[in-house]
Each structure stands twice: as C-alpha cells, then as structure tokens.
Design a protein. Structure first.
Length: 304
C-alpha cells in the first residue's frame, strides 16, 4: 500500500519529452528559477501530458541536459567548444532563464584571434560571407553560421522599427541576406548601429549593404564609426544621390575611399536624405558586412 510520502514523490516527478529526447526531473527543480518552464508547471496554466505520461516540448533536446543541470545546481560546466556554448545560449534565451543567460554572456565566448597575432586581416573578396562579421559568427570560419546578434557576439540597434512584424527583427541587419529589417518612415536621420564586442576593434577598407526586398533603396546615407559606444562618430563614407544599390535586392560592396587610420568598435548607417523614388528617409537592410583589419582592443594587448 502506498503511503502519502510515496504518492507525493510520484506526483512531483515530471517526465519531459524534448524533441524526442526524454528526461525525468522534479517539479521542485523546474520551479527553481522563473522561466518559461516554471510557468508551464506552476499550476497557473493547464498543461496536458501525452498518453505515455511525458510532457512534450517542441524543441531540439540536444542541449536540454544543460538546462536541467543549471536548474539543479545553479551553475553550468561550460563545454570547451564555443559554438556549443552559443547553442546553449540560444536555448537559455528560448526558455527565458536569465541566470543561465548571464553565466553564458559574462564569460567570453568570442572566437580567439590566432595566438601569434594581435590583429587579423580579412581582405575584401566578392563574397560578403567572407567578411569580419561572418568570421565572428562562425568562430573563425570553423563552425556553421549563427546570427551574431542572436548569440550576442555583436549588438544591433536602430533609431526605430517598422510596425510590420515581418520587417522589424533587428537581427536581420547582420543576417544572411534573406530577410530585411526596416526603420519607420518619416523619421529624420534614421540609423542602424552595430556594436562589436569590447575585446575587438575594426579598421575597415570595404563595407557591404543590401536589401533583399529591394523596394526603395538608400540614395543618401553615411557610414559612421566610433571608437567606443560613448565616443564621437567619424564619417568614414558619405553618399549623396548615390544610385549604386539596385532595386532588385542585390548586396553591394562599397570601398572606403580615404584610408581609415583608426580602429572602431561601433559602426552606424545614417540616412541623410530621400531614398529612391523620393521617398522619405528610412533604412532597409538585410546584410551589413565589413572587410579590413580585426584587432584586439588596446587593453587586451596590455594583458599579454
């Protein structure tokens, strides 16, 4: 005969099926930190299990053990593979586990520069996927690409976002030229901004812009840069009535005419006048990339 203690243990045991991989844990573990998971099993919502007694979560279960172990122990034993760390970070964001996100972002997960160099040359090629942002996103061209804004390797922001949800995902600015991000119309001097990690600086020679959806491409804009997020912006490239960007959605590479002498952490595209068709200024882009020299910040040199 089962006693009340045995019944309580069975009641508190939770069986999870995450994308076909099965896990068993306790309700107490799942409720340890406020998250999407704790909300599911808090009793506030009706969550029904499958016929086999498992609760199904439609998510890849490859790294779910890291999620459970974090909830059990409050910490994580990080894999040596930085790409796997970025995948775990994506899972932590999906499950809204702030504590795990903080652990994964406070310890650097950046791809290291080659150990014998303080800088790395990323020369211009006709393939924009050979650029510096792609080098960072693929951990030195060694791993599959994951959007670097999603993994917080870079931070993208904008003066505004389009009201249409199809066009307001800021990550598309540093995407694979598949989807376009738009700022709002009728806003003076719209801008999009890309901030590189504190450890890195970039001295560009070329940059890439493109809008997959075409539409009314930029005709008047500046490429500006600052040495740090609080620094003064320098104009690196000024475009006035420039019809280079086509309406068919192709990405275009621009050479920076004057040699850039400084290395920068922050880059900004600023709309300075009407787009094609004399439309009010707004920015639409599905790819931004840089070529040039990637280097460690001076403070990093001093530590070597």
């Amino acid at each position: 005969m089962e006693n009340s203690t045995t019944k309580k243990v069975k009641k508190d045991k939770i069986k999870l099926n995450v994308g076909g991989q099965k896990f068993v844990t306790s309700r107490e573990t799942l409720l340890k930190e406020e998250s999407m998971i704790s909300a599911m099993f808090s009793g506030r919502y009706k969550v029904e299990c499958e016929e086999d007694g498992y609760y199904f979560i439609d998510r890849d279960g490859t790294h779910f053990r890291y999620i459970l172990n974090f909830l059990r122990d409050g910490t994580i034993v990080k894999p040596n593979d930085l790409f796997i760390c970025s995948e775990i970070l994506a899972e932590a964001r999906y499950y809204q586990l702030r504590g795990l996100i903080q652990l994964l972002t406070t310890v650097s997960t950046l791809p290291p520069l080659p150990s014998t160099y303080e800088s790395l040359s990323v020369p211009y090629t006709e393939r924009y996927r050979d650029g510096i942002l792609h080098w960072i996103a693929t951990y030195g061209f060694t791993k599959p690409w994951i959007n670097p804004h999603t993994t917080e390797l870079v931070k993208v922001s904008a003066s505004s976002r389009h009201s249409n949800a199809s066009y307001n995902n800021i990550a598309h600015v540093v995407g694979e030229h598949e989807f376009t991000f738009y700022t709002k119309n009728n806003v003076s001097n719209p801008w999009i901004q890309i901030v590189f990690p504190d450890e890195y600086r970039v001295r560009p020679t070329h940059y890439v812009l493109g809008s997959k959806t075409g539409g009314c491409p930029l005709r008047n804009w500046n490429l500006e840069a600052a040495e740090n997020p609080k620094g003064k912006f320098d104009i690196l490239s000024c475009h006035k009535d420039d019809e280079t960007i086509p309406k068919n959605g192709e990405a275009v590479t621009f050479k920076i005419d004057q040699p850039v002498k400084k290395s920068y952490q922050v880059f900004k595209i600023v709309g300075t006048g009407p787009n094609s068709g004399k439309k009010d200024p707004f920015i639409g882009t599905s790819v931004f990339e840089l070529f040039g020299e990637l280097s460690l910040a001076k403070s990093e040199f001093a530590q070597k």
